[in-house]
Design a protein. Sequence first.
Length: 454
Amino acid sequence: MERRWKTIIEPFKIKAVEPLGFTTREERENILREAGYNVFAIPADKVLIDLLTDSGTSAMSAEQWACLMRGDESYAGARSFYRFEKAVRDLTGYRHVLPVHQGRAAERILMGVTGGPDKVFLSNSHFDTTRANVESTGAQALDLPVAGALDFAVPAPFKGDMDVRALEANIRELGAGRVPMIIMTLTNNSLGGQPASMKNLREVSEVARHYKIPLILDVARFAENAFFIKLREAGYASRPVAEIAREMFSYGDGCMMSAKKDALVNIGGFLALNHDDWVRRAREVLILGEGFPTYGGLAGRDLEAMARGLEEVLDEQYLTYRLRSIEYLGEGLRKAGVPIVEPPGGHAVYVDARRFLPHIPREQFPAQALVCELYLTAGVRSVEIGSLMFGPEARMELVRLAIPRRVYTQSHVDFLIEVFADLTRRAGGVRGLRLLESTPSLRHFTARLTPQPA
């Protein structure tokens, strides 16, 4: 019998490396001041460990790099498109596949052809660009997370679920005609990278079909969600994760994906739909803004790398390592006294800044203050998910530590835990921030702030 080892190792070897951005405290103080206390404005070579996002930051495999050489760069009907189309159809089962340059392009196109004033999109939780693309059409984005999803200190296996009773109640109150679609975000990024259960997906699908409302899956992290189902949901332990993923897709009427996450590439995305009329209109918008429908703003080499990534991400050795890496970081932060969203998610650990910095009032952006302090302390870049990102109505003050796929090693994570242990000892000295300027939407990308006076 094969022995089961306690230590989970990275299921890959490293072939190429790049240097990290070492800086001094004095340099970081000047850099952060010039950036307006917004880490999006910091040059990447001035960052030591970059946890801003897991989007487009993956290390591609040797096979994916080989795919770049096989890319067919024909303007229309390239063979790379047909390889990509087959990979998406085999995975999702959806008829129509439209490549786009990244996930928010898929959101913009889909919301543009389905939204509008008086429309309401219902979701377990909309992420920032999803919400912005919904609201740009004049529609409303309404979140219906399951009870307990906002109890960050209390662990539960599927905190990414949707509240099915609230879903049905809202449809009845609004009228099905006002709801162009129901969106399930897998995993639920805004509330801690938490997975949704197959049971919940099935129940949401039943409601959607009863009221004849399309169910669209946001599947940037579909493989991580599927593996959580395998680990946590009764009846799935012995099933291959690829089979679990295909069942997930079977409950939807289509999906949108930022391939920069679970397709393990640096650029790309797609819409896959069964709705013929939506596809006809979406193609028209795609041609105007992205390119011909068989390349969608991408090179043939990008389509090849995406197709390969959709296969590699379903490798269970990789997924075991991936989820264990996040869990390991969560365990270390917990031991250091750092309050996190429990349990750790699939792509990131989320620090609860409201509990970590209770002396900073909400109007002084406690999560962003922690983001800045983390950079000042050690050159680590993270991202705020709270009142700067979502405005005063935000129900959370979180700092997301998003781990790029196949990029950092255990020693990087150990260093991060050590940094947080230091921050824990002097958290009371962290000052809040004041907003100086921002754009009306997605302001966390462009805002400039300044520290509150001592």
